[in-house]
Write a protein that binds this ligand. Sequence first.
Ligand code: NAP
Length: 244
Amino acid sequence: MNISFEGKRILVTGAGQGIGRDLCLRLSKYKATVIGISRTKKHLDTLKIEDPKIIPLAVDLRDWDATRDAVSSILPIDMVVNNAGVATLAPFLQLTQADFDLTMDVNVKAVFNVSQIVAEDMIKRNYGGTIVNVSSQASQAAIKDHAVYCASKGALDMLTKTMALELGPHKIRVNSVNPTVVMTAMGKLGWEDPKKARAMIEKIPLGRFAEVDEVIDAIVYLLSDRSSMITGTMLPVDGGFLAT
Ligand code: NAP
């Protein structure tokens, strides 16, 4: 695919590490103006050193008002990747109210907040736009010790669909990518134990976890005009896990 995002302003959340960080670097290579939001300033500082063209924005997405102010300050935005996420893993009976609130705040409420600000401006400009939410295979399959995480990603998929429904008439497409395990900091949290990893890999027809670049390829496709008639979909990047 010959991809260029020249002239586009793309907002990526969770830009400090993992999938979001590499995504920022890739989109910048495709000539987009990339604005990367993350919580930890030192992660953004090193990203800026790696690619000085990327515009860093340190904000805690759990802070509703600070997020609204930060996102409003960098409009207009043509494309958004709601990638920031957290995973609090524990047996259902041990999960706490704090675990629930943290997970829902970052994985669902922040997507709602960021997308609302950007979409409102996209509608005013009448220029269309694209939003990609980073969900998970865990939105559609129950995974042990992932009760709150699964619930948050299930909610995110429905948010994606309802946003696609309501924003479609304004030429704004909204989709999600739903990866299997990727060995980022988050992936290691749940799957570093070789016994757990083996059990999961056995359920993946392609017999391995996903690479960061494979998730990024799917995001790039959904951002680009190559997917111009696709909205409201969940694209698994899961080696077939959800097919079984
Ligand atoms: P990661 O390496 O842990 O990175 C998560 C990013 O989200 C970090 O940059 C972090 O910020 C940011 N973030 C977390 N809470 C935030 C907050 N309150 N405010 C602002 N930024 C916040 O995770 P990842 O593996 O790249 O995950 C990216 C996305 O993929 C997530 O939505 C995750 O659910 C999804 N996913 C991951 C996997 C996997 O196995 N890794 C599988 C399926 C789906 P700082 O760096 O600034 O702290």
